[in-house]
Structure formats: C-alpha cells, structure tokens
Design a protein around this ligand. Structure first.
Ligand code: TGC
Ligand code: FAD
Length: 392
C-alpha cells in the first residue's frame, strides 16, 4: 500500500509563509510555554475546577502576553496578528487560559488604556501588564446578557462621589481580580468605573458546578452601595459604544483562539487514528476516517485564512466590528464542530481527560455563547448585508 510522509493540517496550506519572522517567534515562545507549563497540568485543573490564576498571571506577564498589542505602560506593543497567534497557542492549551488573558488584556486593560484617565492608566496598566494585578470586566447581568443596553446596575452621584449598586453575572476572573471595570447606568448614559475589588460593598462569589471552562474563574459581582471617588469613572466614553469597543478586541482574539483548540483536537485525532488498529489496520487508513480528517483540515485552514485577513485589517487600522463578527461566528462554530467530530474518532477514549478533545468541546460551548452568541453575530452580519436591524 502506498504511504506518504504526513503533514500537519496547517502546514498543508503553508500558513507559516503568511507570517513574518517576529510573529512566528512570538507564536513559538507562547507554544513552548503552553507545552511545558500548561499541558502537563490542565486536565487536573479542569477536573478540580481550580487554576492557580494568580501564579499564572505573573508568568503570563513575564511572557509578555498581557495587553500585548497595546502600546506603552509596560505593554509589549506587538502587532495584532502576533496577539491573535498568541491567543491561538494559549487556547490550544485551554480556552480558560486564553480567557484569563483576553479578559485581562482586551477587556480590563483595553478599557482603561482606551477610555481611562492618565491617572487610571499609570496606576493600573503596568501592574496588569506584569500580571501583578488581575482585572475583570463586568458588563453582563443576570437578566441582560445579549442586550447589555438594558442593564440595571446604577451609579448615582453623592456629592462628588459615585455610589454603585447592582449585580453582574458570569464575570471571568471576578473572584481573583484586584480591579474590576464595571459598566453602569448613570443620568448621562452608560459609563465605566474602575473599581478596586477591596472597596467596601464589593464582593465576587465564585460560580461553581460549571461543566465548561472549568479551568477558569467565573463569578458574580455584587455591588452593594460601593462608594467611589469622582476619579473612578472612565472619562473617555459615555454610552454602549464604550463596552462594545472593548468587546471588539476580545472577540478578535477569540477568532484566532478557537482555532487553537480546534488544532489541538485535530492533531490529537490524527495521531490517535494513526496509532489505533481497528479490524486489523490503522483507523487512519479507512476512507470514512480520512473524509472526516480532510473536512476538518479544510475548515481549520479556512478559519486560519479568515483570521489572518482580519489580523491584516486590524494591523492597518481598517478592521470593522461586523468583520470581527464573521470571524467569531465562523471560527468558534467550526472549532466546536471539529472538537465534536474528533471526539467520535477517539470514541470511548475521547470522553476522558486523558485526551483534550471533550475538554475543548465543552469549553467551546461557552466560547460560542460569550463575547456575543452565534445568534447575535448572525444578526450583526444580517444587519450589515440587509440594512435592517433585527435585534428587537
Ligand atoms: P446599537 O444600537 O447597535 O449600538 C449602540 C452604540 O454602540 C455602538 N456600537 C459599537 N461600538 C463599538 N463596537 C461595536 N462592536 C459596536 N456595536 C455597536 C453603536 O454605534 C452605538 O453607538 P452610539 O454612539 O450611536 O450610541 O446597540 P444595541 O443595543 O442594538 O446592541 C447591539 C448588540 C446586540 C450587537 C450588542 O448589544 C451586543 O454585541 N450584544 C452582545 C453582548 C456581549 O457580547 N457581551 C459580552 C460580555 S463580555 C464577555 O462575554 C467576556 S467572555 C470572556 C472572554 O472574553 O474570554
Ligand atoms: P441571553 O442573552 O439570555 O440569550 C439566550 C438565547 O437568546 C441565546 O441563544 C441568544 O443567542 C438568543 N438571543 C439573544 N438575543 C436574540 C435576538 N435578538 N434574536 C434571537 N435570539 C436572540 N460577561 C461579562 O460581562 N464579562 C465576562 O467576563 C464574562 N465571562 C463569561 C464567562 C463564561 C464562562 C460565560 C458562559 C459567560 C461570560 N460572560 C461574561 C457572559 C456572556 O457574555 C453572556 O453569557 C452572553 O453575552 C449571552 O448572554 P446570556 O447568557 O444572558 O444569554
């Protein structure tokens, strides 16, 4: 029987030729960190529903990936493409690890970097970039996820102070954060507040019993008359465009990140199929298996080309939110389909934490929902191509 030397799925499309040397070097550094430091432990962290978030934050800070595409204040100032590639490698480890980094860099840090005062930037950004402090981002509420415009959390003036009250839900990093960026209604519209988590009235109980993103801290934020000085408000923005501008950054990272999880599943399934003999020959030598692997290789490659095109647009300042929706919708949806299909190749072995495929699939269920559900992104794209907003 004729055999050939196998190529990895992304090598087949010569993807590396589309990356410059610096981007490849950053990607390889992050990949090595994930191989050495995350992969040996991730199954246990996932099983126990606990990660050493504060230790990891310091390591990720030393690695230079926290807020890595921002300029100044201790941030690495890389290209957006390099940031995307780093997200991909982190999520090949676990979506929870990428979430830690996304929420820190693209949500908490970006909000302060883009909309904060000079005082807020110099107080928080260097510590957040170094991983000495952890940030979280409170937008979603128990009754307002896809429609944050309806939020009930309120900030009222009391003299020169602000007083915040309300509840946020499903907040990544909440219980381990040193600072929370909290969005609230004010008399002038929605505004962002920089809230040190040791402020009286602030608490962040952790949400337990998750079946997805178990290696990530997810919390409720309780704001019980949290009194803040006038300087706590983000001065640079009023209205929903403030938080949505931050979501653009995190969604962009997910476009690449989800492909990391998919790649890890596909490589695992290919290795498994080559090693496993079924009816006296390798599972990989059956046409049905090859059809699955070929289709997944194609989807992974198409997703990568889409991600790199968005990276190119972002690096040249031309990326629009509806283009990010195309990437988030496609790449998360396809990554989840790939993870599930890979699980079928591993069959019974696929349901355990000995292999990463069902862990990735379970994680991707959350990724499909957060940062705009698939339906929200379909509606964003639908509005763009029809001119009709169909959200309400
Ligand atoms: P709409 O009337 O369309 O817009 C209100 C204002 O916002 C502006 N805008 C944007 N600005 C920047 N970027 C975007 N992507 C923007 N989209 C809209 C818009 O121009 C307008 O500005 P202005 O100045 O005219 O007021 O708003 P809408 O209420 O109809 O809502 C639109 C919709 C549904 C798309 C939006 O609400 C939405 O995206 N909902 C989904 C919410 C969401 O994604 N939440 C994520 C929470 S954070 C999270 O999940 C973290 S997970 C952890 C991790 O990342 O790892
Ligand atoms: P809902 O908005 O109640 O949606 C329910 C269903 O209705 C979905 O299928 C949705 O697509 C659909 N739907 C909604 N609107 C429409 C419409 N107009 N037409 C048709 N269908 C519609 N949020 C934060 O602020 N910060 C965080 O750090 C954060 N981290 C998260 C971590 C995890 C693990 C998870 C699971 C969530 C996190 N979230 C966070 C919250 C996340 O952003 C929300 O869950 C998400 O926006 C969806 O909101 P929801 O769950 O309330 O669903």
């Amino acid at each position: 029987m004729a055999t050939v030397t196998p190529q990895t799925p992304l090598a087949l499309l010569s993807i590396d030729e589309l990356l410059d040397e610096d981007d490849r070097a950053i990607r390889d550094t992050v990949r090595k960190y994930v191989e050495d430091r995350i992969k040996p432990h991730i199954a246990d962290w996932y099983e126990h529903g606990a990660i050493p978030a504060r230790d990891l934050a310091k390591e990720l800070g030393s690695l230079g990936v926290l807020g890595m595409h921002l300029q100044g204040y201790g941030c690495a100032g890389t290209t957006a493409t390099a940031y995307g590639l780093a997200c991909m490698e982190l999520e090949a480890g676990d979506s929870g690890l990428r979430s830690l980094v996304s929420v820190q860099g693209s949500l908490a840090m970006y909000a302060i970097w883009k909309h904060g005062s000079e005082e807020q930037k110099s107080e928080w950004l260097p510590r957040l970039a170094a991983g000495e402090a952890i940030g979280c981002f409170g937008l979603t509420e128990p009754d307002f996820g896809s429609n944050p415009a309806g939020m009930r959390t309120r900030a009222r003036r009391d003299g020169t102070d602000w007083v915040l009250s309300g509840n946020k839900m499903w907040i990544t990093n909440g219980s381990v954060a040193h600072v929370a960026v909290v969005w609230a209604q004010t008399d002038d519209g929605i505004r962002g507040f920089v809230v040190p988590t040791d402020t009286p009235g602030f608490s962040a109980p952790e949400i337990k019993k998750k079946l997805s993103l178990r290696a990530s801290v997810t919390s409720e934020l309780v704001l019980d008359d949290v009194r803040l000085p006038e300087s706590a408000v983000l001065p640079g923005v009023i209205g929903l465009s403030g938080p949505l501008s931050c979501l653009n950054e995190a969604r962009y990272g997910i476009v690449f990140g989800a492909l990391g999880a998919a790649r890890d599943c596909l490589e695992t399934a290919i290795d498994y199929a080559r090693d496993r003999d079924i009816f006296d020959k390798p599972l990989a030598a059956y046409q049905l298996t090859q059809a699955k692997l070929a289709d997944m290789t194609l989807e992974l490659g198409k997703g990568m080309l889409l991600a790199l095109q968005l990276g190119r647009l972002k690096d040249t300042g031309r990326l629009r939110p509806e283009q990010i929706s195309l990437g988030k919708l496609n790449n998360v949806r396809e990554a989840l389909a790939i993870a599930r299909e890979c699980r079928t190749i591993l069959a019974a072995n696929g349901i355990t934490l000995e292999y990463p495929v069902l862990r990735h699939a379970n994680n991707l269920e959350s990724v499909l929902t957060y940062e705009g559900t698939s339906e929200v992104h379909q509606l964003v794209i639908g509005r763009t191509v029809t001119g009709h907003a169909a959200f309400r």
